[in-house]
Design a binder for this molecule. Structure first.
Ligand SMILES: *Cc1c(COP(=O)(O)O)cnc(C)c1O
Length: 716
């Protein structure tokens, strides 16, 4: 592997005795290891908060005085050594992969993704797609797979959502300098920073790469913000999912073509490419052109090889959501590939069309990715079926059930989403080594042994913690918006720790219907404001900066939260990111999910609360039909596809109210003599016992390995 500059120099102000802190900070292992997170918090609590849990930023500003105090603290220094020992132990330990496949394969799997949600301090993600990619890398590392991630260093990340007094989303972009992130510049043999010259249409763009350690997995993040480049090229890696079509195609060329070129320059032996969504599909064209020019293969031969070693995961069950490019734009930037691949230009364009020869069809990244990958999948069983139907045109004459698109249902990285206190409880009651065996349903059955009062007490504590966190966020927003002292003080009345609490947090894409609960505001207000059985709901989520409908939804919910009728019972937390997600999924009673079926390919947020006994209340879309067993939550509707009408929205809302009134609320408030909701707790345990065992990313990665990576490795 190409070298990276040495570590200690990267935090030059740090005393050598504190250098283990830098070693820990430069591997994201700390982000899912509570002991390491506590260690950083102990360095300087205020600065830890201010830096948004960014240890590099915090350590770079650590004063001499503070450093001396820390070094004089024997207990702290002991924890430093312990954390470093654990990190090194983790990196050295024999893995699942080594035990099964060691030395069988020399090559690596390159995982391409436009976004990665790894931790809130590295905001290079927009939502579920990124969090999935992050969890995939973490589990791939835990299991020891020979995988390397490839992405883009979005220096200004994604929008930071502020809500103004009127509930309008104000988009803010914060710059993260690479030296304030756990990134090391990738160098070449000579030790000098590695640079590639990437042709993007008529331009040549200089690209550098940053290496991020995600446990055992290296993630290479490309960056064009360099003095060699024009201002326009520098801006290309500034903001995720922003800019016009011209910018977008250049970003996708960077990810696919640039990604491959960079991995080659690093001299990494790559056998298999996994395209997480169609954004990176140009990598296939680059590989084909390279094989033709170096080995003299024909297009057909080269394509056969590339497809045999490509894996493609589609995530978008709505035709319009699948990326296409106008032909003129496509030809401007990619036209030269026809010649490089020794095919004529109409054959070339047809690679991106469902129907070859259809002059009206633009160039689609999903058809291209499907053609260029022999192994393709959707992200839940239902989505697999939807994708087979959607893309059947690519295989004319095949019956839908024989369309070669399979499925691997998404999962979550348990350590990332599990509250440390809940982890302690599981350690106590689950069999030893449960974490390594997390994909064995048997292991989770021991949850039944947790005494009711113990689980309930912990749940109440986590809920109180979440409420305090939400109040603090609300106060900060009010102060920023110049609210009065009285208004700020009133936040103390917001959210009741004893009330049934629902969570709804995800991107505010209109198909997710964040405002569905407000279809009939009077009925919903009655449910929430019941005198003896109150209910409350916490919202969080950003709209894409260019999505006017999504922004209208944000405003609608934010304004309702501020209205007298819903005050203190409906709360909107601004700037949804992974920290908010962690609090919500460990503290809520119910997780609400209301997409228009079948537009939610999988969804993963609902898997996270189940680790803490949260119950799902969801449309039967995405992963839920696989997870739901009538005892671990509720299904809204009978699984009909949404017919696109307002009437259907109203029906879904009515059904939702009905379930809340007749089932959820009564069950929650049905208390035994000791005050415990026995039947509710039984459902909580059942949720823990049945869902994490299946919807974890270890199971997901192992499935990718055995179904797709392993067979593709054998073709390399
Ligand atoms: C898990 C997660 C998501 C995914 O949410 P869905 O409901 O599956 O769309 C999005 N954003 C963040 C911050 C998450 O943690």
């Amino acid at each position: 592997m190409a070298n990276v500059s040495k570590m200690p120099a990267l935090i030059p102000n740090l005393h050598p005795d504190l250098s283990p802190l830098a070693e820990i900070a430069y591997n994201l292992y700390w982000a899912w290891t509570p002991q390491c997170r506590n260690l950083f918090a102990a360095v300087d609590r205020a600065s830890w908060q201010r830096s948004e849990h960014n240890p590099i930023k915090m350590l770079r500003k650590l004063t001499r005085k503070r450093q001396e105090r820390l070094m004089a603290n024997a207990q702290f220094m002991g924890q430093v050594r312990q954390c470093r020992r654990n990190l090194r132990g983790y990196l050295r330990a024999k893995t699942w992969y080594q035990q099964k496949y060691d030395r069988k394969f020399n090559g690596k799997i390159a995982y391409f993704s436009m976004e990665y949600g790894l931790h809130e301090s590295l905001p290079i993600y927009a939502g579920g797609l990124g969090v999935l990619a992050g969890d995939h890398l973490k589990s791939a590392g835990d299991l020891g797979l020979p995988l390397v991630g490839l992405g883009i260093f979005w220096k200004q990340g994604y929008t930071r959502q502020l809500l103004d007094k009127n509930g309008d989303q104000v988009d803010k972009f914060k710059t993260l300098n690479p030296e304030d992130a756990p990134l090391r510049e990738i160098t070449g043999r000579s030790g000098k920073p590695l640079r590639i010259k990437l042709p993007i249409g008529p331009d040549i763009v200089t690209v550098r790469g940053w290496r991020l350690e995600v446990g055992r997995i290296p993630l290479v993040l490309l960056d064009t913000d360099l003095p060699d480049n024009t201002p326009k090229d520098c801006r290309m890696t500034r903001r995720l999912y922003s800019g016009d079509r011209d910018t977008r195609i250049r970003q996708e060329i960077l990810l696919g073509v640039g990604g491959w070129q960079f991995l080659q320059a690093m001299k990494l032996p790559i056998s298999v490419c996994h395209l997480n969504e169609g954004h990176a599909a140009f990598v296939a064209l680059k590989r084909i052109a390279e094989i033709i020019s170096t080995a003299g293969d024909t297009f057909a031969q080269a394509k056969r090889y590339v497809a045999a070693t490509n894996v493609f995961t589609t995530h978008t069950p709505v035709p319009a959501g699948n990326e296409t490019f106008e032909l003129k734009l496509f030809e401007k930037y990619m036209g030269q590939y026809a010649e490089l691949m020794k095919i004529d230009s109409s054959t070339f364009i047809d690679l991106g069309r469902i129907e070859p020869g259809n002059k009206k069809e633009p160039f689609g990244m999903t058809p291209l990715a499907c053609r260029m990958s022999d192994r393709r999948n959707g992200v839940s069983k239902l989505h697999g079926a939807v994708a087979r139907d959607m893309w059947k045109g690519l295989w004319p004459g095949k019956k839908i059930k024989n369309v070669p698109i399979g499925s691997v249902t998404n999962g979550i990285h348990l350590r990332t989403w599990l509250h440390p206190r809940m982890a302690d409880l599981l350690d106590e009651y689950l069999p030893q080594g449960w974490e390594e065996k997390q994909d064995q349903p048997r292991v989770w059955q021991a949850v039944e042994h947790i005494p009711d009062e113990e689980l309930w007490r912990l749940h109440q504590e986590l809920k109180a913690e979440m409420i305090e966190f939400a109040r603090e966020k609300a106060r900060r927003r009010l102060r920023r918006n110049k609210a009065s002292a009285v208004q700020v003080a009133r936040v103390g009345l917001m959210l009741d720790p004893e009330a049934l609490t629902i969570g709804f947090a995800r991107r505010f894409a209109p198909y997710k219907r964040a405002a569905l609960v407000f279809e009939n505001p009077t009925r919903f207000a009655r449910i929430l404001n019941h005198s003896t059985r109150p209910v409350q709901i916490i919202f969080a989520g950003k709209a894409h900066p260019a999505d006017t409908d999504g922004k209208a939804l944000v405003k609608k919910v934010a304004r309702l939260a501020d209205s007298p009728r819903f005050r203190n019972r409906v709360v909107f937390l601004e700037d949804y990111e992974m920290e908010i997600a962690r609090y919500l999924v460990s503290g809520v009673d119910v997780w609400l999910n209301t997409p228009r079926k079948p537009q939610e390919a999988s969804g993963t947020s609902g898997m996270k609360p189940t680790l803490h006994g949260g119950l799902n209340l969801s449309i039967l879309d995405g992963w839920w039909p696989e997870g739901f067993d009538h005892r671990n939550g509720w299904a809204i509707g009978k699984g009909q596809d949404h017919d696109g009408t307002r009437a259907h929205d109203k029906r879904d809302a009515a059904e939702l109210y009905h379930i809340l009134e007749r089932e959820v609320v009564p069950l929650y408030y049905q208390r035994a003599r000791d005050g415990l909701p026995k039947r509710w707790i039984a459902c909580m345990k059942h949720s823990i016992a049945t869902i994490p065992a299946v919807f974890n990313s270890h199971r997901q990665v192992k499935e990718y390995w055995s179904k797709y990576y392993l067979p593709a490795m054998r073709k390399a």
